[in-house]
Design a protein around this ligand. Structure first.
Ligand code: PRP
Length: 209
């Protein structure tokens, strides 16, 4: 039985294709040369769905994809899903979820204005810190917010740190480490047990090597 695999568009998709190819799962045409969003695979009768990151857990939770590959940030932000299991750390897409603010400017006392697209992660973090915050939801390019005095702080993903530096910001606290994870729909774990576990074992070997 073929598997339906949902992958994040963009960097995760590009980094995952070689891992899947090493497990004999490859799209039947070049995704870079096509606007298609669902690809059949050359062998094995699988399907690969190219999704927006935030939608990968949704597809897997609803069972329209058996497997999803996405960042830990996306999984955490999606919240306490009951419909899937996180099964494997693929060891790619490593970065950190951090707070950051303007270089040399201390955080103000009182209510902190925090801009982010990771509302749930941010709420949880400041709740644990016991800090009262006013959250400002953005869709990306959070680094702009302190420059425009829309917020005091941002919560965002930091990889090289170059984006922060380029915008006069400095990293402050690390909220959590992020990497790319494989998630499996709960029902598929039973109905496609052999296929799912076969792929996880293969990927484990590929990642280990
Ligand atoms: C992420 C993140 C930062 C940047 C950090 O954005 O939001 O802007 O990467 O990387 P760096 O520390 O290596 O500079 P991404 O390019 O993934 O796009 P996004 O804003 O759409 O999330």
């Amino acid at each position: 039985m073929g598997l339906i695999i949902a992958l994040n568009k963009g960097r995760i998709f590009k980094e995952c294709l070689p891992l899947l190819a090493a497990c004999d799962i490859a799209p039947d045409e070049d995704p870079d040369a096509s606007r298609k969003l669902i690809f059949e695979t050359r062998t094995g009768g699988h399907q690969i769905i190219i999704a927006r990151s935030a939608d990968v857990p949704t597809y897997v939770e609803h069972g329209v994809a058996d497997i999803g590959i996405t960042g830990k940030d996306t999984i955490l932000e999606y919240g306490g899903a009951m419909g899937f299991y996180e099964m494997l750390d693929l060891g790619i897409g490593k970065c950190r979820m951090m707070t950051a603010g303007p270089v040399g400017v201390p955080e103000p006392a009182g209510v902190l204005r925090v801009a982010t697209k990771f509302i749930n992660i941010t709420k949880d973090y400041y709740r644990q810190q016991g800090r009262q915050v006013s959250l400002i939801k953005l869709s990306g390019a959070m680094e702009i917010a302190p420059l425009l005095n829309l917020s005091d702080t941002i919560v965002d993903i930091v990889d090289t740190g170059n984006t922060l530096v380029a915008n006069g910001l400095e990293a402050r606290a690390t909220i959590c480490d992020i990497s790319t994870r494989l998630i499996v729909n709960r029902a598929s774990m039973k109905t496609k047990f052999d296929e799912v576990n076969g792929l996880i074992s293969q990927l484990e070997s590929v990642v280990a090597s």
